[in-house]
Design a protein around this ligand. Structure first.
Ligand code: PRP
Ligand code: URA
Length: 208
């Protein structure tokens, strides 16, 4: 099991503004996209490269390029799309999977309502994105679905995680490294991350 906390000062600064309940919907969305750039940089830091032959205006040379098949970004709807947009800014050629899952407010169990992924997930790095890892019920279900569809090389990227969620996720999927900007204190009785930032989907889209 592997958990990486991306504690870069810019990430922490932006995250603090996002946590603030006075931050507007537009500000929240913009910051999530910006943080996604910084998190994307970390989650892809060890990707392999190979040298290819190119021609610069001054002549031929060998230069590195990403090795292997195109990446897949798998967004858990809705809030995952906030991270997805920023990830695609940096890796525009990535393939995208959309997984519609919400958690039932009473039971906190995941309810899937949509799934669309590239057909050839095997041998591709699949980076699953969702800002919030609370109970981990949603992310565990999403990763299970992707594995059923052939994914065999996955990473999970979030913004905020609860210790309970990290524990549950790494127990269910010990082969999937987790990247997060912060690990908060605990979950409250309604399954919200404390201190957290509230409901990520509502704050992104102004739906409260
Ligand atoms: C939020 C969040 C995660 C999930 C995390 O989505 O974006 O998907 O909760 O909670 P968990 O770890 O306990 O499963 P939500 O269910 O609010 O759906 P929405 O994005 O459609 O609003
Ligand atoms: N989902 C959210 O959006 N926020 C939480 O704190 C927990 C789950």
């Amino acid at each position: 099991m592997s958990v990486t906390v991306v504690d870069h000062p810019l990430v922490q600064h932006k995250l603090t503004i996002m946590r603030d309940k006075a931050t507007s919907t537009a500000g929240f969305r913009r910051l999530l996209r910006e943080i996604a750039h910084l998190l994307c940089y970390e989650v892809t830091r060890d990707l392999e490269v190979i040298e290819i032959e190119i021609e610069t205006p001054l002549g031929p040379t060998n230069a590195p390029t990403l090795k292997g098949k195109k990446l897949v970004f798998a967004s858990i709807l809705r809030a995952g799309n906030g991270l997805l947009e920023g990830m695609l800014d940096l890796v525009p050629a990535a393939r995208v999977a959309h997984i519609g899952i919400y958690r039932d407010h009473e039971t906190l169990e995941p309810v899937e309502y949509y799934f669309k992924a590239p057909s050839d997930l095997k041998d591709r790095l699949v980076i699953v994105v969702d800002p919030m890892l609370a109970t981990a019920n949603s992310s565990i279900a999403a990763v299970t679905r992707l594995k059923e569809r052939g994914a065999d090389h996955l990473r999970f990227l979030c913004l905020l995680a609860a210790p309970e969620g990290i524990e549950a996720f790494t127990r269910a999927h010990p082969d999937v490294p987790v990247f997060t900007a912060a690990i908060d204190s605990h979950l409250n009785e309604k399954g919200y991350i404390v201190p957290g930032l509230g409901d990520a989907g509502d704050r992104m889209y102004g739906t409260k």
